[in-house]
Ligand binder design. Structure first.
Ligand code: 3SK
Length: 514
């Protein structure tokens, strides 16, 4: 192993074997499979990917798309691609065929790795992908395609190609709430940058940690939580392959007894509701929890802490910055805030003309840090308006308190004014979810008969809640909590909210459908 090699696989994979941790489990699968993957086996299996690619005519710097569930083949393919100099492009496993067609053609992926369960979703679009040469099916029947297991076994373990820390290593696709998906190009050095900062300095990840992340590996948040942060220190990640329901997450916790748990606010809300009926299990080693994806309502943080004895570190990150750059920290948690800049990052709040705003005023959040992406693939205008020199625009509106903590106020395009005063949908949502009958809520701007915007709420009730007079009670509750002008003029009781795969409420869908 060459310690000067900037290829991230040399640091995250090969180093552990060189330092004698080859036998330590890097990954364990939750559930029945009983499969584990040690650091040594990961280096060997990932090392076979060079031959696999050579044999099938996939060259260095080609892209290899991954539609792979959280299973031990994911790290083998991801790190094996880096070792071979091929660029993996992990994709959300919950997309529609149309979306896959757009992304696979946009990325011009030469190879596709797809979990057998997901093959039926992509099979119909395969004839419309002119750049795609080979399809490797992960687990199960490969049919007319290639079996990943067979092709991998045919290769010999090889080394890690030399790469600079500034070379493009992998892409992630950012869906955004509108517009076409953007291929976010990340360099090798960014993987270590996020584990040296949030992973080490905020989470304090240790070699004896067992991490369970409900956020999947295809998501930048999950990739850090359950891959690079534990792998940076030789810890173990538990992979949960299915849909993370509250009940199943508690089962997984009972099985692996994580020391670190990472989720998103909707899941924590469900788990808090679950805890009201069921004794939670598997919490005995839990030392810290993390939330990202959207801001965590204070109510949920407080209830989680009361039920589990463990804090949730609420933070904000982005696919463009690879992981969390603004966060609460152990021993310094203020629920209802996103905390302060992660060591190694700086943030600014600016108005429309780029001037910094004062404490207590709302501005757009800009971030400067070592893990910013290079650019968006083939989208020059969007790259230029997002990556402004050292600063990356987030599109999030924030306010800084007098104590220097950051409070989320919504997306730049979700905020609206009522009677000339800003309303943050998030603030009204927080007020709604603090009502005992409400499980979840989303608020959008809606025009009244005079054409002026007012808040409209979509509300999911807790089991058994409801009844006459609830809408009026909710309005009064919001008025009392956050101010009279902010109450929702319309309240729709709905069975669930439209969300992205990573748990973000798709307010644009509610706006369109309203
Ligand atoms: O949405 C977030 O907060 C986030 C956090 C970490 C990595 C990626 C994302 C999008």
């Amino acid at each position: 192993m060459n310690p000067a090699n900037g290829n991230a696989a040399a640091y995250f994979v090969d180093r552990h074997v060189a330092e004698g941790r080859g036998g330590k489990p890097a990954f364990v699968e939750c559930g029945q499979s009983g499969r584990t993957l040690s650091y040594g086996d990961l280096m060997t299996e990932a090392g076979r990917m060079g031959d696999l690619y050579r044999l099938h005519g996939i060259e260095q710097e080609n892209r290899a798309a991954m539609i792979v569930l959280d299973q031990i083949e994911f790290p083998i393919i991801f790190w094996g691609s880096l070792k071979a100099g091929v660029v993996p492009v992990p994709l959300n496993t919950l997309l529609s065929p149309d979306y896959y067609e757009i992304i696979l053609n946009d990325s011009r992926a030469r190879a596709l790795f797809v979990s057998a369960e997901l093959l039926p979703t992509v099979a119909p679009i395969l004839p419309r992908l002119p750049h795609l040469k080979k399809v490797f099916v992960v687990g199960g029947e490969a049919g007319e395609h290639l079996s990943f297991a067979d092709e991998l076994a045919a290769g010999n373990p090889g080394g890690t190609v030399e790469a600079g820390a500034d070379e493009c290593a992998f892409w992630l696709y950012s869906s955004g709430s509108t517009g076409r998906p953007k291929g976010v190009r990340h360099v090798h050095g960014s993987l270590k940058a996020t584990s040296d900062t949030f992973g080490a300095l905020v989470l304090g990840t240790r070699e004896d940690d067992v991490v369970l992340s409900a956020a999947k590996l295809f998501f930048a948040y999950g990739l850090g939580n359950a891959m690079t942060f534990p792998m940076a220190v030789g810890a173990t990640a538990a992979l949960f392959r299915g849909r993370p329901t509250p009940a199943d997450m508690f089962l997984a916790m009972a099985e692996v007894r994580p020391t670190v748990f990472c989720g998103v606010p909707t899941l924590y809300a469900g788990m808090v509701a679950h805890m009201a009926q069921n004794e939670p299990k598997g919490l005995d080693r839990l030392r810290i929890c993390v939330s990202a994806g959207e801001a965590l309502p204070a109510e949920i943080g407080n209830k989680w802490k009361a039920g589990t004895g463990t804090d949730i570190l609420d933070g904000v990150g982005s696919t463009e910055m690879l992981h969390i750059f603004l966060s609460n920290a152990p021993g310094s948690v203020v629920y209802g805030t996103s905390g302060v800049a992660v060591p190694g990052y700086e943030v600014r709040l600016v108005d429309e003309s780029g001037r910094e705003v004062a404490d207590g005023e709302v501005g757009e959040l800009l971030v400067n840090g070592p893990s910013a992406a290079e650019n968006y693939w083939n989208q020059r205008d969007k790259s230029r308006s997002t990556f402004e020199g050292h600063w990356t625009r987030t599109g999030d509106k924030y306010e800084r308190t007098a104590e220097g903590r950051y409070v989320y106020c919504g997306r730049t395009d979700d905020m609206f004014k009522v009677s000339g005063i800003w309303v943050s949908p998030f603030e009204v949502e927080q007020a709604l979810v603090s009502h005992p009958d409400v499980l979840e809520a989303a608020v959008v701007a809606h025009r009244d008969e005079t054409g002026l915007e007012k808040p409209r709420a979509f509300v999911v009730l807790k089991n058994g809640a409801g009844g006459d007079g609830l809408a009026d009670a909710l309005r009064e509750h919001v008025k009392a909590k956050v101010g009279a002008w902010k109450y929702p003029r319309w309240i729709d009781i709905v069975p669930d909210l439209p969300k992205t795969a990573t748990g973000k409420v798709q307010r644009f869908k509610l706006r369109e459908g309203a």
